[in-house]
Design a protein around this ligand. Structure first.
Ligand SMILES: Nc1ncnc2c1ncn2[C@@H]1O[C@H](COP(=O)(O)OP(=O)(O)OP(=O)(O)O)[C@@H](O)[C@H]1O
Ligand SMILES: [Mg+2]
Length: 122
């Protein structure tokens, strides 16, 4: 099991989410975060003074999947997040020890993503 953790532009998220859903990966977490990459920040002017803004708003997308599914997830993220401009983001792949579904106490890779007959969530 791996966690794919991606820092991407806001506009990339919705097409990524829709494609992951179609591919059978509906389970994910998304957060609005701020971060910086290797650039030294962008210069903005406020009331005549120039300010350097070091933190840029990004979307953090976290998706835990079976190891064999990592490439599918990463390829989908790259497909929609890559514009070729600086600030496109980063993707990290992190080992996951174990996963538990709280409702049932089940564990293992089976709890991660969609399974046939899964009920709609309220
Ligand atoms: N090493 C890192 N650790 C944690 N978060 C990171 C790291 N690198 C980038 N990020 C996150 O990803 C966001 C986008 O990074 P960014 O795309 O600017 O990376 P970069 O290395 O500067 O590449 P580029 O030159 O294409 O801009 C950052 O704002 C930050 O939230
Ligand atoms: Mg950058």
């Amino acid at each position: 099991m791996k966690k794919v953790e991606a820092y991407i532009r806001h506009e990339a998220f919705e097409p990524i989410r829709m494609e992951l859903l179609e591919l059978g990966f509906p389970s994910l977490t998304v957060s609005e975060v701020k971060g910086s990459g290797r650039q030294k920040g962008i210069v903005e002017t406020y009331r005549g003074a120039s300010l350097t803004s070091h933190l840029r708003p990004k979307i953090k997308l976290e998706c835990v999947v079976a190891t064999e599914d990592v490439k599918t997830i990463v390829d989908t993220i790259l497909k929609y997040a890559q514009t070729g401009e600086v600030g496109d983001g980063k993707v990290f792949v992190i080992p996951v020890e174990e996963a538990y579904r709280v409702r049932t106490g089940e564990s293992g890779v089976e709890v991660l993503q969609a399974h046939p007959g899964a009920a709609a969530e309220a």
